[in-house]
Design a protein around this ligand. Structure first.
Ligand code: 5GP
Ligand code: ZN
Length: 139
């Protein structure tokens, strides 16, 4: 897609620190890393979000995530890795080309805000009704 910065990164028009590539995916270091080793995995075929992703590209991203999580562990020895993926402006997706963040976290790093939400017990009736709606919509 012409005006997509991640498509430009894939075709080399914008430079990037590439860490992995195969026939379906491209992976590179985030330019505003939350932590050292903050890595993005993207499909080579432009898709804006999870709803536009093909099953094959989803599987390829998942496979690459497994491979790169192993590489990050070997290279940086983090205590954990957060895998984060945003869909839509409402959840602060900034680049409208699907991307999975891999964010390594060391033992003494400050807590990642997105992994530290407060657990508040839900209303089981509401949870059940919402679950029923979703289950009925699965195709
Ligand atoms: P989002 O909020 O859409 O999930 O995150 C987009 C991510 O892309 C951000 O973490 C941002 O730092 C990263 N990013 C945006 N533009 C560029 C770029 O030109 N190069 C690289 N390497 N990362 C970028
Ligand atoms: Zn794109």
């Amino acid at each position: 897609m012409d005006d997509c910065i991640f498509c430009k990164i894939i075709n080399g028009e914008i430079p990037s620190v590439k860490v992995y590539e195969d026939d379906r995916v491209f992976a590179f270091e985030d330019i505003n890393p939350i932590r050292d080793g903050h890595t993005l995995i993207i499909p080579k075929s432009h898709a804006e979000n999870i709803w536009e992703m093909s099953a094959e590209d989803m599987a390829a991203v998942a496979k690459a995530a497994r491979k790169l999580a192993g590489a990050i562990r070997k290279a940086l020895d983090p205590a954990g890795i957060a895998c984060l993926q945003l869909n839509g402006r409402a959840v602060n997706q900034l680049v409208m080309h699907y991307h999975l963040h891999l964010i390594p976290q060391k033992e003494d790093d400050p807590e990642l805000t997105m992994t530290a939400w407060k657990l508040v017990a839900g209303d089981m009736d509401r949870i059940g009704k919402t679950g029923e709606k979703i289950a009925a919509a699965v195709s």
